[in-house]
Design a protein around this ligand. Structure first.
Ligand SMILES: [Zn+2]
Length: 409
């Protein structure tokens, strides 16, 4: 893509109300735009990053049997009254009514909708398990809509739902999802902990959160310094420094500054009992369906990646989520078009700075946008190309063929 055509251009200054790093850098670099507090447009660069995050999630969820679909965002009051959550989750819901005074809610989650699908379609144990997911928008009435794209009133979510015949089937699948999430967050390059938590308005059972270590994060967890024991502050009893209840060797440490990027809930039969979702087992008996739900926030993941990987000049994307693979900078006397065509023909995704602006402006845009590899062509580089990794001090001169081979590795 030619940078002269990229919408929008980068900004020299961060918005005045921006407090967090992800807000400042993602807006300046042209990845997102704020319509109002907690409400964001994913601009072309931002959508590229989120699409790559989603593809990683999609691959791992498909690998554990998830089937992708898409559910509506506008829900009738009646379906939420069946579980009592129309009143119970009142504080976080956006409710509205139409001209005929019929009441609705903008979706903040989809358990009730999946339950409705299950009761229409599940008859016997042979119809289970049923495992479905979507990438969709969620609405949450968020009084503290700040922290940039980390906390929105409207945001993207991957939500997975699984229905099973027995509790042991559910818990077996729950462990599978936990492992898939660990793979996803490793592929995204995060330093994170799997944290035991309470279920909030979702369930009375203990659940798990995936918390990324980030000094600016709003959450606090307690983790063992020897084993993988970690719990959030809502359920931890103590103040840190105690002997680890799991391995009995390490000590618990208070970790202030984490960001929750995913969560998983074993919901049991609570929903099935309230919404009458029953199946017939091998003995012909009617039994309630065992249910779980599992979320990851891709837009929050993007914001968190910026929080944990940046410097004073801008964002530092890793290879797997970067909006482009290389940022090609053409300076006077360079062979921009020739190199761009060769790279593109080799299947490499290039942002080519073909603009008539100063070298300084081009280099600072490279640092701000944060594509992992910067290539420079100029009268000085001649037949060679200058390769520099984002965040590295040194650069090297290479032939085009070597550049392509290195990028293909
Ligand atoms: Zn331990």
């Amino acid at each position: 893509m030619r940078q002269s055509q990229l919408f929008p251009k980068t900004k020299k200054e961060a918005p005045k109300d921006a407090e967090s790093i992800n807000h400042k850098l993602l807006v300046r670099a042209g990845f997102i735009d704020q319509l109002m507090s907690g409400s964001w447009t994913l601009l072309p660069l931002g959508l590229r990053v989120v699409a790559k995050i989603n593809q990683i999630i999609r691959e791992e969820i498909n690998a554990i049997g998830g089937q992708e679909m898409l559910m509506p965002l506008l829900h009738p009051k009646e379906i939420w009254s069946e579980t009592g959550r129309w009143d119970k989750a009142d504080e976080i819901m956006y409710k509205l009514s139409d001209v005929r005074k019929k009441e609705y809610v903008l979706s903040f989650t989809h358990e009730e909708i999946v339950m409705d699908l299950l009761r229409k379609n599940i008859r016997s144990y042979q119809d289970l398990p049923a495992i479905v997911y979507q990438f969709s928008t969620k609405f949450r009435n968020e009084p503290r809509a700040r922290s940039g794209i980390l906390r929105g009133r409207e945001f993207m979510m991957k939500d997975l739902y699984s229905a099973h015949a027995t509790e042991s089937d559910l818990m077996e699948y729950y462990e599978k999802v936990k492992k898939a999430y660990i793979k996803i967050f490793k592929r995204l390059g995060f330093d994170f902990k799997v944290v035991e938590a309470s279920g909030g308005v979702f369930t009375d059972k203990h659940t798990h959160e995936f918390q990324v270590i980030d000094a600016n994060g709003e959450d606090t967890i307690f983790a063992c310094n020897k084993c993988d024991y970690a719990v959030n502050k809502e359920i931890f009893e103590g103040s840190g420094g105690e002997k680890c209840p799991k391995c009995k060797e390490g000590k618990t440490e208070k970790l202030e500054g984490t960001v929750e990027v995913g969560n998983i809930f074993p919901l049991g039969t609570w929903y099935a009992e309230r919404m009458h979702v029953y199946y017939t087992n091998e003995k012909g008996l009617k039994k309630p369906v065992w249910f779980g739900s599992y979320g990851i926030g891709p837009t929050r993941v993007m914001g968190t990646l910026v929080e944990v990987s940046h410097d004073e000049h801008g964002i530092i994307w890793n290879k797997v989520v970067a909006p482009f693979e290389v940022h090609l900078v053409e300076l006077p006397g360079g062979k921009g078009e020739e190199i761009y065509n060769e790279l593109t023909a080799s299947g490499i995704d290039v942002l080519w700075d073909d603009r008539s602006v100063s070298a300084g402006e081009k280099f600072s845009d490279c640092d701000l946008i944060g594509i992992p590899v910067r290539l420079v062509t100029s009268a000085k580089t001649g037949e060679k190309i200058e390769w520099k990794d984002r965040g590295a001090e040194k650069s090297e001169q290479m032939d085009l063929e070597d550049v392509i081979n290195k990028l293909k590795k």
